[in-house]
Structures are given as C-alpha cells and as structure tokens.
Design a protein around this ligand. Structure first.
Ligand code: ATP
Ligand code: MG
Length: 260
C-alpha cells in the first residue's frame, strides 16, 4: 500500500480519466468514516458519482447533437389542455421502452396542439436513457437523403441513420413532396422498419398522406410499415399558441382538413 493512499487514488483517478473520483474520494472518505460505511459501500459511492456524471454528460452531448429547434420537456406539457390524451401512454413512451422494440410514435393533430413539443420531450427522454436521437422536419430529412442519393451513397446514409435509435420526423404534410422525394422518404421508413424507431408528427390524417406524397400506393405502403408497430396519438382542439389571444380557430382547423 502506498504511503498516502489518497494520493494514490488521485493518481489512479487521473490515469483512468475519472475526475469525479478524484473530487469525491476524499470527501466521501470522511463521510464513510463518520457514517461507519463498509469498504464496499465507500467504493460503490465513489464509483456511482463518476458513473452518474458520465451518464449526464453523455445525455447532454446526445441532446446537443440531436438538432432540436428548441428544448421541450414532457414535464412542461400541460395535459389539461389535451384532456383526451392518455397520460399513462405518454408516461410509458417516456420510459423509451418502444425503442427496444423498434416501435414508432405518430402524433397527429391541428397546428399548435403540442405535436412537436411531445416529440421533442419523448426524444429527450430517449437521449437521457442512453439512445442516440436526431430531429429534423420531413422536408429536411428528404433534403439530406437527396444529397446522399445524388452522391451515390444513399444506402450508406440509410445504414448510418439506422444506427441512430430514434429519428424524429416533424411536420409531415405541411409541404407536399415531389415523386422522387416521396420515394426517398419511403426508403427511410422501409430501412428503419423493425430495426429502429421513428416519431412522426403530422397535421393531416393518414387518409390525406397520399396527397402529400403524390402517390397513393407509396403512401399506403409507407403507412402500413409505420403503424405495424406504433402508438398513434391524436391531439385535439385549438392551438396552444392562441391560448391567451382570444382567437379560437385557425383556417386550417376544419375537421375535414386536419388530423383532429
Ligand atoms: N399542452 C401543452 N402544454 C404546454 N405547452 C404546449 C402545449 N401544447 C402546445 N404547447 C406549446 O405551444 C407551442 C406550439 O406547440 P407545438 O409546436 O408542439 O405545436 P404543433 O402541434 O407541433 O404545431 P404545428 O402543427 O403548427 O407544428 C409550443 O411552444 C409548445 O411548447
Ligand atoms: Mg410542430
């Protein structure tokens, strides 16, 4: 045993690149002596500080690299504004168990009803649970696939994306796709089917997706793959953005025209 064991611990912690062990070793040693901890309890306490800090910084890195337009949390979601929404289901999805099954989540509903909020909140939970996540609008995903396709590396790009456990595809339906874009999007859905998860948001019901993709057959095959293993949640009501404005309807909030 070295003459000064604490000095040795600090040396080893540096060698292991474990700065939290360095910080907590002396402090917890005093606490352990005062509290009469066993050696094992002390070691577990010191190691747990390092592991907790690593997990937190890993989650922070995954959240930073996800490309979220803004940060939203499930905790900040006001369920009173969506009384028909199944809170238990959202809580369950928040455990990220659906990622292990490569299941999907589809959030449908009119503008401002919280689709993007919930999508980001669920994706942040997944990042905190250790999964890689990436967020973009449908239009941006298609642009990315188009670039890869033109460079002759679409299969490589799809394989790369498959290694990301969760992709959020926001705003399916706001901008209609051209035929080649629809085909690229179909390939994205198809390559992830039963391999990795998607969260999709749309203001349009599935019945209208054929118009968005300009091809009923491609849309049907795509929806089939998406919903085979999926939770489809429909948000309802007026826009949260208008909550305190006195405006209670938007032109697009007609029942025949939206996913409500
Ligand atoms: N139930 C809610 N509780 C708290 N904030 C909410 C709720 N619903 C919506 N919001 C907030 O209202 C704003 C609009 O919500 P969000 O962007 O999620 O809507 P959306 O359904 O994605 O709309 P769009 O179809 O226009 O993209 C956001 O700032 C969001 O955080
Ligand atoms: Mg949105």
């Amino acid at each position: 045993m070295a003459e000064d064991p604490l000095k040795a611990v600090l040396h080893y912690a540096r060698a292991l690149k474990a700065p939290r062990i360095r910080d907590s070793a002396a402090r917890l040693a005093d606490q352990a002596r005062d509290g009469g901890w066993s050696h094992e309890e002390y070691l577990a306490a010191v190691l747990s500080r390092e592991v907790a800090a690593r997990e937190a910084s890993g989650a922070a890195i995954r959240i930073r690299s996800a490309g979220f337009p803004t940060r939203k949390s499930l905790e900040d979601f006001n369920f009173d504004h969506q009384p028909a929404l199944n809170r238990d289901m959202i809580a369950h999805l928040g455990t990220s168990a659906f990622l292990a099954k490569a299941s999907n989540v589809v959030l449908l509903g009119p503008p401002g009803t919280g689709k993007t909020h919930l999508a980001i909140g669920l994706a942040i939970k997944a990042a905190q649970a250790g999964h890689r996540v990436a967020f973009a609008t449908a239009v941006d995903w298609v642009a990315r696939l188009k670039t890869a396709h033109h460079a002759g590396r679409l299969p490589a790009e799809l394989a790369k994306l498959r290694r990301i456990g969760l992709l959020v595809v926001d705003e399916v339906g706001y901008i209609p796709f051209e035929q080649d874009a629809a085909n690229l999007f179909f390939q994205l859905v198809s390559s992830r089917y039963e391999h990795a998860s998607l969260i999709l948001t749309s203001n349009l019901p599935f019945a209208r997706w054929g118009d968005v993709f300009g091809d009923q057959v491609v849309a049907a095959a795509m929806i089939d793959r998406i919903v085979h293993h999926a939770e489809v949640l429909t948000l309802k009501g007026s826009s949260y953005r208008l909550k305190d404005t006195g405006i209670d309807t938007l032109p697009s909030a007609r029942a025949d025209n939206t996913a409500q």
